[in-house]
Design a protein around this ligand. Structure first.
Ligand code: HEC
Length: 143
């Protein structure tokens, strides 16, 4: 399954990049996945703010989504897909190693969250995940 997925990404990466609203190919792939990650973070955020009780199953599902996508990030931003109508800045290609390092940090913090068993344990770990989302967006997303 994973092999097929990577083959698809490679094929899609060669497709022309189109306007953000009608994004196709790798741009659509990464936007859809980022939105899925935002949904996962939303549930976790509601728990940390006490809007719902601690829910280990919700946490496990969210971590699963984050850990599915984290290792894919480094394949989502080929140089020809940056800039233009995309919010992904061309700086990503210039600073590829630093960009990938944030993706790894994101993966590690998501994995750490998997071990939390109480709200008290989960709160700082959720914050750490959220901080890696923000630090990447601050530098590499144009919005
Ligand atoms: C290593 C860098 C990196 C990490 C980590 C990262 N993002 Fe992103 N994200 C980006 C970039 C770059 C874009 C712009 C993509 C584009 O417009 O093509 C983006 C776009 C988005 C978008 C907008 C998608 C759209 O439809 O326009 C959302 C939502 C988002 N990210 C959520 C998240 C969340 C939530 C996390 C953490 C759980 C996260 N991202 C982690 C780099 C990152």
């Amino acid at each position: 399954m994973r092999l097929i997925h990577y083959a698809m990404i490679a094929a899609l990466a060669a497709a022309p990049v189109q306007a953000h609203s009608g994004a196709t190919g790798i741009v659509k792939t990464r936007m859809d996945a980022m939105k899925e990650m935002r949904e996962a973070m939303r549930g976790l955020g509601m728990m940390t703010r006490g809007m719902m009780p601690y829910d280990a199953e919700l946490q496990a599902r969210a971590v699963d989504i984050l850990l599915t996508h984290a290792p894919e990030i480094e394949d989502w931003f080929p140089e020809e897909s940056l800039g233009g109508d995309s919010e992904a800045l061309p700086l990503i290609a210039v600073e590829r190693d630093a960009f990938n390092a944030i993706a790894v940090e994101f993966e590690n913090s998501s994995r750490a969250l998997a071990d939390a068993t109480t709200l008290e344990e989960a709160q700082p770990l959720i914050q750490a995940v959220s901080d890696t989302c923000s630090s990447c967006h601050r530098r590499y997303q144009d919005d």
